[in-house]
Design a protein around this ligand. Structure first.
Ligand code: NAI
Length: 271
């Protein structure tokens, strides 16, 4: 049933916390397609979530790392390269957290220490990770690096709070570092902008239910699920997308290109 389009490819997947995590679904699909994975998450997430179930299902090691720590990232990359006995072909950055969102702070009343922490976790970790990979020359040529993002980077979604700014920064890092990854290493770097999805991080956003329904009614193909996102990531890790780089790729059932749908008009005109 599977085409094993990732056979022989090896990489690191960040951010699988529980069965709902997008990174969890990506790990399952990458494994089904023949890829070899090292899973990683923070020590706290490893205790709180159930990543061990995933690791035993897909028979791969879990290496703890806080992605804000350069030291942890260096050790992680070294351990992954030594585990595989060679360089890496793919990386998924599926990391996001806003302390302000978590603690219910409004965008007009942000705590700037919390803002910095969320920015570091959600955006700067992508730079740190790529800098470690670049300096250690740990990626194989034609490797693929992906980070997950949301359309609040381009359009205003009030409840997305400071995560909107973090995502804009993340997408910019993808383009800026992606240039050097392309020129110097022949590695591609892209972000995938996913539909709203019910996960632990997703549920932290106030009014997620409303987001989901609005997006569902707006998108001609409907919202993309985490599993469908995983399929897209598999394609982006495969050799079928070797010259796609520096892009923010919308995976949202067409949401990003629609002004208003007939369904929304009908709903608003309902007496
Ligand atoms: P999730 O809560 O399952 O995943 C977030 C992950 O970030 C968790 O595994 C968490 O442990 C990890 N993390 C937090 N701090 C970390 C740190 N310091 N070092 C390493 N890992 C850390 O939620 P989800 O939704 O799967 O999120 C994955 C990515 O997808 C995030 O970047 C999120 O913003 C993005 N995304 C989510 C959407 C949604 O509606 N759920 C929509 C579009 C993008």
């Amino acid at each position: 049933m599977y085409n094993k389009i990732l056979k022989g490819k090896k990489g690191i997947i960040f951010g699988a916390l529980d069965e709902n995590s997008i990174a969890w679904k990506v790990s399952e699909r990458v494994w089904e397609e023949g890829g070899d994975i090292v899973l990683t998450n923070t020590p706290v997430a490893l205790r709180m979530g159930n990543i061990d179930h995933l690791a035993s299902k897909i028979d791969c090691p879990v290496i703890p790392a806080d992605a804000t720590s350069l030291n942890d990232l260096e050790e992680l990359v070294e351990s992954a390269v030594s585990h595989f006995g060679g360089k890496l072909d793919f990386i998924l950055h599926s990391i996001g957290m806003s302390v302000n969102v978590r603690k219910g702070k409004e965008y007009t009343d942000l705590n700037y220490e919390w803002m910095k922490k969320g920015w570091d976790i959600s955006a700067v970790t992508f730079h740190k990770l790529m800098q470690v990979l670049y300096k250690k020359d740990s990626m194989n040529e034609w490797g693929s690096i992906i980070a997950l993002t949301y359309i609040a980077a381009q359009r205003t979604f009030p409840n997305y709070n400071d995560m909107a700014d973090n995502k804009a920064y993340l997408e910019s890092i993808a383009r800026s570092f992606g240039y050097f990854m392309g020129k110097d290493k022949n590695v591609r770097v892209n972000t995938i902008s996913q539909s709203p999805t019910i996960t632990t991080a997703g549920q932290g956003v106030k009014g997620l239910e409303g987001f989901l329904k609005y997006a569902q009614k707006t998108s001609p193909l409907g919202n993309a699920s985490a599993k469908e996102c995983a399929d897209y990531v598999v394609m982006m890790f495969s050799d079928y997308t070797k010259k796609v780089t520096l892009q923010n790729l919308f995976h949202d059932g067409g949401f990003s290109s629609v002004g208003v749908s007939q369904e929304i008009i009908d709903f608003l005109e309902k007496k």
